[in-house]
Write a protein that binds this ligand. Structure first.
Ligand code: KG4
Ligand code: ZN
Length: 333
C-alpha cells in the first residue's frame, strides 16, 4: 500500500498525478499550445513551458487529491525516452522533492508506462498479454509478461505510426498534431478512394517512411493537375491514409497474437485514441475471439496517471532509482 506522485515531462505535456493504493485519483495536465504555430514541438520552448508549469501542476494535483507531501511514499518520474531538456525539468523536480522528503525515487520508462496505463481502470488485462504501443515516437508490438518483464516482438525500423499520421496531415495542410485531425476528417471520407504503396517488412516489424513518400508523390502529381485537389478530396484523403496505416498496424498485430497464442490484446499510446484503430481492433476481436483492452481517452496520450500507476507497480518490486540517475532521451527498452 502506497501513495505515489507521478510526474510526466517527456515531450509537450507537463503532467502530475497521484496514485493511492493502486487507484489513480487525479491527472492534472498542462498542454503546451505554443508549438502549434511551429508545426511541431520546439524542444527549447517545451523546456521553458515545463519549467513554468511544473510547480503549479504538482501543487494543484496534491491539493485536489487532498494529499500532504508528508503522505507520499515515493515519487515516480519519466526518465526517458523523450526530449532531454524536457526530461531534465521533470527529473530534477522529482529528485529534489524525493531528497527533501527522504522517500524513494522511481524512474519510469515512458513507453512501458503507456502499457501499464491499462492497470489504472477495470477491466485490467491479465499476464501475459500482447500490447500494440503506438505513439509519436514509437510503434511496438510487445509481449507483456509482467510490469517489469516486457519483450519487444516487433517494432518500426524507421518512423513511428504517430509520426506518419502527423507528417501525412502536414502534407494535407492540417495543423500539428495532425493525428487527431485525420481521425476527425476520416469520419466523413471514403477509406477506399485512394491507395498508397506500403513497404513490406519481414516478421513483426514495421516501416512507415515509405508510405509518407508515396503520399507526397501522389499529392504532388494530383496538385499539378488541379490545384484544388487536396481541398476537394480532404475527407477521402484522410480516410484513405488512416485506413492504410491501420491496416498495416492490424495485420502484424493479428500475426503476433497467433504466433504467441495469446488472446488478450491491448493497445496503448497516443494513436490508440484513433477511432478507426479502435474499430478495427473490435472487428478483429470478433473474428479471433480476443479480449481487448483500450485505455480511456485521457490515458492514451501523454499523462502522469500512467507514470503514477507505473510508480505504484514498481514500488511493489522496490525498483528504485538513485539521485545520481540522469535522464535518458534514448532510454533503452
Ligand atoms: O503518446 P503520445 O501522446 O506522445 C508520444 O509519446 O509520442 O502520442 C502522440 C501521437 C501524435 O503523433 C498524435 O498525432 C497521435 O499520437 N494521435 C493520434 C490521435 N490522437 C493522438 N493519431 C491518430 N488519431 C488520433 N485520434
Ligand atoms: Zn507518449
Amino acid at each position: 500500500m502506497a501513495v505515489i506522485l507521478g510526474i510526466e515531462s517527456s515531450c509537450d505535456e507537463t503532467s502530475a498525478s497521484v496514485c493511492i493504493n493502486g487507484k489513480v485519483i487525479n491527472n492534472e495536465i498542462a498542454s503546451q499550445a505554443i508549438h502549434e504555430q511551429y508545426g511541431g514541438v520546439v524542444p527549447e520552448l517545451a523546456s521553458r513551458e515545463h519549467q513554468r508549469n511544473i510547480v503549479p501542476v504538482v501543487d494543484h494535483v496534491l491539493t485536489h487529491a487532498d494529499i500532504n507531501v508528508k503522505d507520499l511514499d515515493g515519487i515516480a518520474y519519466t526518465r526517458g525516452p523523450g526530449l532531454l531538456g524536457a526530461l531534465l525539468i521533470g527529473s530534477s523536480f522529482a529528485k529534489s522533492m524525493a531528497a527533501s522528503l527522504n522517500i524513494p525515487l522511481i524512474p519510469v520508462h515512458h513507453m512501458k508506462a503507456h502499457v501499464l496505463a491499462h492497470f489504472i481502470d477495470d477491466p485490467k488485462p491479465s499476464y501475459p498479454f500482447i500490447c500494440l504501443t503506438v505513439s509519436g515516437g514509437h510503434t511496438q508490438i510487445l509481449r507483456v509478461n509482467s510490469a517489469t518483464d516486457m519483450i519487444i516482438l516487433g517494432q518500426t525500423q524507421d518512423d513511428a505510426v504517430g509520426e506518419a499520421f502527423d507528417k501525412a496531415a502536414k502534407l494535407l495542410g492540417l495543423p500539428y498534431p495532425g493525428g487527431p485531425m485525420i481521425d476527425k476528417l476520416s469520419k466523413e471520407g471514403d477509406p477506399h478512394k485512394f491507395q498508397f504503396a506500403q513497404s513490406e517488412m519481414p516478421d513483426l516489424d514495421y516501416s512507415f517512411s515509405g508510405i509518407k513518400t508515396s503520399i507526397l508523390y501522389f499529392l504532388r502529381k494530383q496538385v499539378q493537375r488541379d490545384e484544388n485537389f487536396i481541398e476537394q478530396n480532404l475527407n477521402d484523403l484522410a480516410a484513405s491514409i488512416q485506413h492504410t496505416l491501420i491496416k498495416m498496424l492490424m495485420d502484424k498485430l493479428v500475426k503476433a497474437a497467433k504466433q504467441e497464442d495469446i488472446k488478450q490484446i491491448a493497445i496503448a499510446g497516443g494513436v490508440s485514441a484513433n477511432s478507426g484503430l479502435r474499430q478495427a481492433l473490435e472487428q478483429e476481436a470478433e473474428i479471433n475471439g480476443w479480449d481487448i483492452f483500450i485505455p480511456d481517452f485521457q490515458y492514451c496520450t501523454d499523462n502522469a496517471g500512467m507514470i503514477a500507476i507505473s510508480g505504484h507497480l514498481l514500488h511493489e518490486h522496490e525498483a528504485f532509482g538513485e539521485l545520481t540517475d540522469s535522464p535518458l532521451p534514448r532510454m533503452p527498452f
